[in-house]
Design a protein around this ligand. Structure first.
Ligand SMILES: Cc1cc2nc3c(=O)[nH]c(=O)nc-3n(C[C@H](O)[C@H](O)[C@H](O)COP(=O)(O)OP(=O)(O)OC[C@H]3O[C@@H](n4cnc5c(N)ncnc54)[C@H](O)[C@@H]3O)c2cc1C
Length: 396
């Protein structure tokens, strides 16, 4: 059985950034598994634009040599904002070719404890030992299907993550459930592709991420109010951008700020595209029925909608027990809060040597972990912790 120091499970923005930082540190044998940028390539709609600003969409390497600007220069294609999905996935692959050209795209089927380290089983049955395991496996298993839609067959109701090509709904009547960026942008794309679409939102209003025009024209004031990753409201954005500060706030304050920082909202640039179809607010779906190959949605106000398909843009709920590769015994020894692992310095869980990056780290390090922008802080802290531990190990 082969062995290494660190295995990274996942090759999205977090896994690749972690690989860049760990591999730049001498002396560590780091192996990276997963399909590069697969979530972005296979679970987001073609034609999508990134909601995060360019400053908040870099993957991270220690020298800062693999930024979006470096990618644009290498490709001879200037950056555009908002940044298109297909260019972001291409950026991720370009980054991967630099930092992990030897990446192994096989899936990890099982991670279990083995003495003071871990044993991993690959999809083809090969086994591997590692002193540390870094889970950067993303949010796909956490796609949330609200109860009222669970009895519908997938041909009639599907999560937004099930689609890359929304043109298959051209000429169909589609209800989109949700009031965030994913719902609004999916609806805009559906409308542009010839579907008859209505967005149904539970809350009384749809939030748009407007900023006063003076914020755009006065850069120093904008910088004072918003940190570059641009996660959270004015002022709060600076706290969110400093996870080591954020995590020291009283838990109630953290919870309140986190909810506000990630509440559903649409980017301002999307609003004009959403003016060609109805967005019905303050109306929840209370029950569903099938009628032949259509769905009847009954709403809280007594009205009904008869549609060909229901698209659930209902988000993701972190619950690490949904990672199919975590062995039951290992899972039960990870201290958790509401499905999130409780993490310490270096994103390490209560199982020494087992780290979680990305959205599962949001309970411990705040909402930045849910966005690409958190990958720089995360990769630096992870590397610092692993190197400190390796040098203590060597000294003892
Ligand atoms: C529609 C939509 C739009 C979004 N837009 C933005 C945006 O504009 N800006 C932003 O910052 N964030 C955005 N996000 C959030 C985004 O998903 C995260 O910021 C980002 O993907 C986190 O990266 P990650 O590396 O944690 O996970 P992912 O990108 O999901 O990568 C997970 C990796 O793990 C691998 N993997 C999974 N299981 C295994 C296994 N068993 N073995 C091996 N490998 C495995 C996958 O192949 C993949 O390589 C968006 C999310 C959605 C749903």
């Amino acid at each position: 059985m082969s062995a290494c120091d660190v295995v990274i499970v996942g090759a999205g923005p977090y896994g690749l950034s972690a690989a860049a930082h760990l591999r730049a540190a001498d002396g560590l044998d780091v192996r990276v598994f997963g399909e590069p940028m697969s979530f972005w390539e296979r679970h987001m709609p073609k034609g999508m634009l990134l909601r995060s600003p360019l400053e908040g969409s870099h993957l991270s390497d220690p020298a800062g040599a693999l930024s979006l600007e470096a990618y644009a220069a290498a490709k001879g294609n200037p950056l555009a904002a908002p940044f298109p999905l297909h260019r972001f996935t291409d950026y991720g692959r370009w980054f991967q070719n630099h930092v992990a050209p030897d990446l192994d795209s096989r899936k990890i089927d099982r991670v279990e404890k083995n003495g003071s380290g871990f044993q991993l089983t690959l999809q083809d049955g090969e086994n591997l030992k590692a002193r540390r395991v870094v889970i950067a496996a993303g949010i796909m298993p956490f796609a949330w299907h609200p109860q009222e839609f669970r009895s519908l067959p997938s041909a009639l109701a599907s999560h937004a993550s099930a689609h890359t090509d929304l043109s298959r709904f051209s000429g169909k009547k589609v209800a989109v459930i949700g009031g965030g960026q994913s719902a609004l942008e999916s609806a805009a794309l559906l409308n542009e592709m010839g579907a008859e679409v209505e967005v149904l939102v539970r809350t009384p209003i749809v939030r748009w991420l407007w900023r006063s025009p003076w914020v755009h024209t006065c850069r120093p004031i904008a910088r004072m109010l918003y940190a570059p990753p641009d996660v959270g409201q004015a002022g709060v954005s600076h706290l969110v951008a400093r996870p080591n500060l954020f995590r020291r706030l009283p838990r109630l304050v953290q919870n309140r700020l986190a909810v506000r920082a990630i509440r559903p909202a649409g980017a301002a640039w999307l609003k004009p595209r959403c003016q060609h179809f109805p967005i019905t607010t303050g109306r929840a779906v209370i029950s569903t029925l099938t009628s032949g190959d259509r769905v009847i949605l009954k709403l809280g106000d007594g009205s009904e909608r008869h549609v060909d398909h229901v698209l659930l843009a209902t988000g993701y709920r972190v619950d690490i027990s949904r990672y199919p590769f975590l062995a039951v015994k290992l899972l039960s020894s990870i201290r958790q809060i509401g499905g999130y692992p409780q993490l310490d310095v270096g994103f390490e869980s209560s199982v020494p040597g087992l780290h979680f990056l990305g959205a599962p780290a949001a309970w411990s390090f705040g909402p930045l972990s849910r966005f690409v922008a958190g990958s720089a802080f995360t990769a630096r802290e992870l590397t610092r912790k692993i190197l400190r531990n390796a040098s203590n190990h060597a000294a003892s």
